[in-house]
Design a protein around this ligand. Structure first.
Ligand code: 2DT
Length: 224
């Protein structure tokens, strides 16, 4: 590919525990970058719209049972089925803001007890993020948010606390530890306990600082 590296879009990933604010911050980041005139799209994984995504969605809603390894590979397959589109968007200059990526895959499955190295293997070769924004918040705080949300929307579609498989305190603590093991130079942590506008401001600065882009790289999680 002869395209000049400075014309490529950036791959920006948001990671963090459930309810750490990733989704609302990725919306805010999207409108900010759009406002600056950058070609930008917001994506999320799991992408529940594909066939694989629907299997994942049923699993998360406790409507189906799957072996832990099998669901891990489905999450990974869900990224691989979007790989060529992701790559062509990036190469044609579109920046992608992605809500969860391979790191969620490894952090959640290894928190269930699967071997860390085994979890990383199917992610190798996917486009590597230029920047991973980690919204950091203590698992205890997340759990009180989850319970509070559960109280006020008992009838809501996700069923509040524990509605989806992974929203339990002990489990979230393990996920937080797994995330720490994945941390590397492309990560920036933000205190997600700050007011939402402060988090937004910090994210903007980090994204702009990293927006000088490099040749597309591919994940080599082995070095972590
Ligand atoms: P959302 O609530 O953000 O839709 O996530 N997960 C996600 C995994 O276990 N592996 C993965 O590869 C990804 C992307 C995290 C739904 C849940 O799915 C988990 C929370």
């Amino acid at each position: 590919n002869n395209q000049k590296s400075d014309s490529r879009g950036a791959l920006i990933v948001l990671e963090g525990l459930d309810r750490s604010g990733k989704t609302s911050q990725s919306c805010r980041l999207l409108s900010y970058l759009e406002g600056l005139g950058h070609p930008v799209e917001s994506w999320r994984f799991p992408d529940r719209n594909t066939g694989v995504g629907q299997m994942i969605s049923a699993y998360l809603a406790n409507k189906s049972q799957l072996d832990d390894h099998a669901i891990h590979l489905l999450f990974s397959a869900n990224r691989w089925e979007k790989r060529s589109l992701m790559e062509s968007k990036l190469r044609s200059g579109t920046t992608l803001i992605v809500d969860r990526y391979s790191f969620s895959g490894v952090a959640f499955s290894s928190a269930k007890g699967l071997d860390f190295e085994w979890c990383k293997a199917p992610e190798m070769g996917l486009p590597a993020p230029d920047l991973v924004l980690y919204l950091e918040i203590p698992p205890e705080v997340i759990c009180s948010i989850i319970m509070f949300v559960g109280e006020i929307r008992k009838a809501a579609e996700r069923g509040g606390y524990g509605g989806e498989r992974y929203e339990q305190l002990e489990f979230q603590k393990k996920v937080a530890r797994s995330y720490q093991m994945l941390y590397d130079a492309s990560w920036k942590a933000i205190d997600a306990g700050l007011p939402i506008e402060d988090v937004e401001k910090q994210l903007r600065e980090m994204v702009i600082w990293r927006s000088q882009t490099f040749d597309l790289k591919f994940l080599v999680l082995g070095s972590l």
